[in-house]
Design a protein around this ligand. Structure first.
Ligand SMILES: [Zn+2]
Ligand SMILES: [Zn+2]
Length: 302
């Protein structure tokens, strides 16, 4: 899937060299200095932790999710994936940087998934979602997008630290299975990048996060290039809520509208800040006749 998206979107040669250069430097540094934190460069103690999807546990978990015993182990699998992803971060991040990774806990907004500062009470709709109805039914995230974790995501997206995609992918899949099941979705769509941005970066981060998911369950394969970005927008960073909504308006289109009609769709992205981007994607998908759109992101602003 990832390979297909890379082939079809053809990143510019110069960008590929840049990305490849980062990866080669990263690989060399890892070979010479095997245990350095991907964010701050501090030493990381050597820990041998299995990768849940692609490692030895992965085949067992895949069997479990793919057969009638899925319900039996379904409750344990999300927690196991989440724990494996977090523990695998210990091979990539030092203790200090890893402490910046805080998982989203209840109570949270039933719509946008915001974690309430007040830890009392049950899940409920937040003020923003009451005032401003969303086109998506619900949004859920794995971890909080707080200052330290911003650096981690920055390293992943802009500095070619793509080895973070493995543990991030496990954490994201664990979060998906915490809130939904494979039977709940007909289509899984990554939030698309504009081709220009794709050429600069060399990969779509949402695709990369889901690259191993279909090893666990074939139904979890993402469908790239169905939802497309038709307009190159200015970066959303630094814009207010209303500006973000205006900036992203009419930036997406659906290639084959009949493919989304009456379908339950999961939209996947790396970060949920105000929700303007995923809400605009959901608007377009619902306009094309989607039955329901839900959103999953790795991180969420507080
Ligand atoms: Zn560190
Ligand atoms: Zn909300």
């Amino acid at each position: 899937m990832l390979e297909n998206s890379l082939k079809t979107e053809r990143p510019a040669r110069r960008s590929l060299w840049k990305i490849t250069g980062w990866r080669i430097l990263d690989a060399w540094r890892n070979a010479l200095l095997p245990n350095r934190c991907a964010v701050c460069g501090n030493w990381v103690p050597a820990i041998d932790t299995p990768h849940l999807i692609s490692g030895s546990i992965g085949s067992g978990a895949g069997d479990c999710a793919g057969n009638a015993a899925a319900n039996q182990c379904g409750s344990a699998l999300p927690a196991a994936l989440l724990a494996a992803g977090l523990s695998n971060l210990a091979t990539i991040l030092c203790d200090s940087c890893r402490q910046q990774v805080v998982t989203v806990q209840r109570p949270l907004c039933t719509v946008c998934g915001r974690m309430f500062e007040d830890r009392e009470g049950s899940d409920r709709r937040c003020g923003d979602c009451t005032r401003q109805p969303r086109y998506f039914a619900s949004a859920r995230s794995a971890v909080l997008y707080i200052s330290g974790f911003r650096k981690v995501v920055h390293q992943f997206k802009y500095r070619g630290k793509t080895r973070l995609a493995g543990p991030f992918g496990d954490i994201l899949l664990g979060t998906f299975l915490r809130f939904w099941g494979s039977d709940d979705m007909d289509l899984i769509l990554p939030v698309p990048l504009h081709p220009k941005r794709f050429r600069q970066r060399g990969f779509n981060q949402a695709c990369l996060l889901m690259a191993n998911w279909n090893r666990l369950d074939a139904r979890l394969a993402a469908t790239p290039r169905l939802l497309v970005r038709t307009r190159a927008t200015a970066p959303q960073t630094g814009l207010g809520k209303a500006e973000r909504r205006r900036n992203i308006r009419r930036a997406f289109d659906v290639k084959r509208p009949e493919s989304v009609r009456s379908r339950r769709i999961l939209l996947v992205d790396d970060v949920y800040t105000t929700g303007a981007t995923v809400n605009e994607c959901a608007r377009v998908l619902m306009h094309c006749g989607a039955r329901r759109v839900d959103v999953l992101t790795l991180a969420r602003a507080v």
